[in-house]
Ligand binder design. Structure first.
Ligand code: ADP
Ligand code: MG
Length: 454
């Protein structure tokens, strides 16, 4: 269906990758009648989820790409006697659409500020790894241009909330001052706009437009590296805004000094205000993020599932939230209850890589550190405490987490026999059963091992 592909492309550009794959790729276009595009959804849950989460975006995209009154409508797979997986024969009538919600108000107010209301301070979870960047962002949103945080540069790895914070600053300011001139733009898009403007001989217009903003939020400036003309243009805009007391916020995937290939003048400007980094969220923050997401999506996640996710998806928030979405979709398709077992099953391909990543070396290192013994001693023939205990714990955990046989584990503990490993496991099992404190200690160790870097 010709009409669907452009809509799909637009959605892909606007949505997080996992959300797009989960919710939109499975939709099948059925027919286009006047301005209404009918789509087949796998089940009612999908329909409700899509409508509940993405209605404004869908209205906007459909309006833009299907014509003024363009709308999407949905039909359940299997309704009207159609088998869910069969392709529609061309002469069969399309199944009955699900009654649509009342049409959205025609013109939602929308500036060209590039902001999405998905990202606010209210739904940003603060933890030790982002609290500084968060606090700086909040104060910039309150008093743009007047704090010493100008520019504010937020840096950190992928999926850690840089875009979220930049967008939240914009949304925060607009809430207080609806007529503030705010512009959020990725450096990539900025480059495209600039190149197009130059081609159309509208370079001056472009410059003038950017010099009028009160708040410029420039995402992913590392993208500008090596783009001489765009950089030069940005440098002039930056200076003009800065001198006029306007606020500039930048994000980057690395600290300014590592932005090699950027003009030194620019780097020193970038770093002249406040530089704040974001690191990977710790375990407690990951739990809080999952709880918030569960509330937001109105899908209750059992505590053990939350803990499982928090211990397996440790790198960044995007993969953590992606896993939840995958899980929810899986539950809806299989109509199963959301349990720990289902989580393991549904996310298996995402986590096996990680499970294999737990090496005996990591186990030994984390356990040795916990018991304050030198890792080498775990392999040696020393049998004094606390070394003997640490060694048993390490062997039992290696057995549990590294997917190795008794023999293989023994071999990595100074060439011990498999019966030694078996003995260690039995002892640990006993302690676990009889001593709740030990039990907790072990759980904490597992958590640390699973989130440790190799
Ligand atoms: P980045 O721009 O650093 O790559 P994003 O801002 O796009 O990362 O964040 C990825 C996803 O994780 C987004 O959906 C964002 O809303 C979410 N996210 C990141 N950090 C947090 C946080 N501290 N609290 C809640 N959601 C977060
Ligand atoms: Mg980003």
């Amino acid at each position: 269906m010709d009409a669907w592909q452009p809509v799909l492309d637009a959605l892909q550009r606007s949505l997080p990758e996992q959300a797009f794959h989960t919710w939109f790729e499975p939709l099948v276009p059925l027919e286009m009648r006047e301005d209404v595009l009918l789509l087949r959804v796998p089940n009612r849950f999908y329909f409700e989820w899509i409508e509940g989460h993405y209605a404004p975006l869908l209205d906007e995209v459909a309006g833009e790409l299907l014509g003024g009154a363009g709308r999407l409508q949905y039909a359940l797979a299997g309704s009207n006697g159609h088998a869910p997986d069969l392709d529609e024969a061309p002469d069969q009538p399309a199944p009955d659409p699900i009654p649509a919600r009342p049409a959205a108000p025609a013109a939602r107010p929308r500036g060209d500020h590039g902001l999405s209301d998905r990202f606010t301070f209210a739904n940003f979870i603060v933890g030790p790894q982002n609290e500084f960047a968060h606090a700086a962002s909040v104060s910039v949103a309150k008093n743009p241009g007047t704090t010493s945080y100008n520019p504010l540069l937020v840096y950190g790895g992928v999926g850690l909330g840089k875009t979220h914070l930049l967008q939240a600053i914009g949304n925060g300011l607009l809430e207080k001052q609806p007529d503030a001139r705010v512009r959020y733009i990725s450096s990539e898009r900025f480059t495209q706009e600039f190149v197009e403007a130059i081609k159309a001989n509208k370079g001056e217009e472009f410059s003038a437009r950017y010099r009028r903003f009160d708040l410029l939020l420039m995402d992913d400036v590392q993208f500008l590296v090596g783009r001489e003309r765009t950089l030069m243009e940005f440098f002039h805009i930056f200076n003009a805004l800065y001198q006029a007391g306007k606020q500039i916020v930048l994000s980057s995937d690395r600290p300014p000094r590592e932005l090699q290939g950027l003009d030194d003048r620019l780097v020193s400007r970038f770093a002249a205000g406040l530089v704040a980094d974001i690191k990977s969220p710790d375990y407690d923050t990951r739990i809080a993020i999952l709880q918030a997401q569960s509330e937001q999506e109105k899908v209750p996640l059992p505590q053990d599932v939350i803990e499982f996710l928090a211990s397996r998806f440790t790198k960044n928030v995007r993969e953590l939230q992606g896993a939840v979405i995958r899980l929810i979709a899986h539950a809806s398709l299989t109509r199963g209850e959301l349990t720990l077992e289902m989580a393991r099953e549904a996310l298996r391909d995402l986590i096996t890589v990680k499970e294999q990543r737990v090496t005996v070396g990591t186990v030994q290192r984390v356990v040795a550190e916990h018991y304050s013994v030198a890792p080498d001693l775990l392999l040696a023939k020393v049998r004094t405490q606390p070394i003997a205990k640490a060694r048993m714990v390490a062997m039992a955990l290696a057995l549990k987490l590294c997917r190795l046989s008794l023999k293989q584990v023994g071999a990595q503990f100074g060439g011990r026999d498999h019966t030694t490993v078996l003995h260690a496991r039995k002892r640990i099992d006993e302690w676990e059963r009889s001593d709740p404190d030990f039990n907790q200690e072990l759980a904490e160790l597992v958590r640390r091992i699973e989130s440790a870097e190799d």
